[in-house]
Write a protein that binds this ligand. Structure first.
Ligand SMILES: Nc1ncnc2c1ncn2[C@@H]1O[C@H](COP(=O)(O)OP(=O)(O)O)[C@@H](O)[C@H]1O
Ligand SMILES: [Mg+2]
Length: 228
């Protein structure tokens, strides 16, 4: 595929971490292309570099060497301030442990995110409800996280991540803390978001059973892409 068709691509990405006198090469010369409107999975064993790569793609980290382009712009050169703005406007994140605000209801969690994103006040209410309906929680939006199952909490996190209409969503092992049935439901929801809402999703997983739902898979081993 040509780079021009990618929403996001990397060129020869390397990320090294220093631990005292030791240097760990978490990623070594990785080039990936993320197509818009697709579900891309990064798979690999624990320690293979998945989190390191997704953090770089999501502009949460800087590479040691190599380049990252988002919508044609080299974001790996941008200042932290500019990248922060990019993340708030165009990117949504979903993490393994859900990190909802426990004192807020599902609805309030999503509404709060919209507030942080600077979404106009008169539109927040409708948008928060709409997102909770998209993820299948229309009837439970006034429950607090403790009153929801793990899978439902992850759905709230997804509603929150899509609320400000990002162009791309990154999910780092979003199913790791769920049983396999709930995990598969979350992946199906991702697939629906990609197909119906034209969102681009990049997620990591070490679970082979998730892979067949993906539009595109990159396999990582010891910081290197071994299969695509
Ligand atoms: N902040 C860090 N400091 C030192 N080493 C790190 C850091 N983050 C990741 N690593 C190392 O980089 C490698 C890849 O880690 P990671 O990207 O978290 O893998 P995965 O998400 O596939 O489990 C591992 O060897 C890990 O120990
Ligand atoms: Mg990880």
């Amino acid at each position: 595929m040509k780079y021009m068709e990618s929403i996001l691509y990397t060129e020869n990405l390397t990320r090294k971490f220093k631990n005292g006198s030791n240097t760990v090469t978490a990623l070594n010369n990785v080039s990936v292309q993320i197509e818009p409107g697709k579900l891309t999975m990064l798979r690999g064993r624990s320690g293979s570099g998945k989190t390191t790569l997704i953090n770089l793609l999501g502009a949460l980290d800087y590479p040691t060497e190599g380049k990252i382009f988002f919508q044609g712009e080299e974001i790996s050169k941008w200042s932290e301030r500019k990248r922060d703005k990019l993340r708030r406007k165009k990117i949504g994140f979903i993490f393994q442990s859900v990190a909802l605000i426990s004192t807020m209801t599902a609805y309030e969690n999503v509404e709060f995110e919209l507030r942080l994103a600077g979404y106009p006040a008169d539109k927040r209410r409708a948008r928060a409800k709409e997102c909770l309906e998209i993820v299948g929680l229309g009837k439970r939006m006034h429950h607090r996280p403790i009153e929801l199952s793990g899978g439902e909490q992850q759905r709230v996190a997804i509603a929150r991540a899509i609320s400000h209409k990002p162009q791309i969503i990154f999910a780092d092992e979003p199913t790791a803390e769920l049983d396999s049935i709930m995990g598969l439901q979350i992946i199906k929801l991702f697939k629906e978001l990609v197909e119906k809402e034209q969102i681009t999703i990049v997620m990591t997983t070490h679970d082979p059973s998730m892979i067949e739902v993906a539009d595109k898979v990159y396999t990582l081993e010891d910081g290197v892409v071994t299969d695509e």
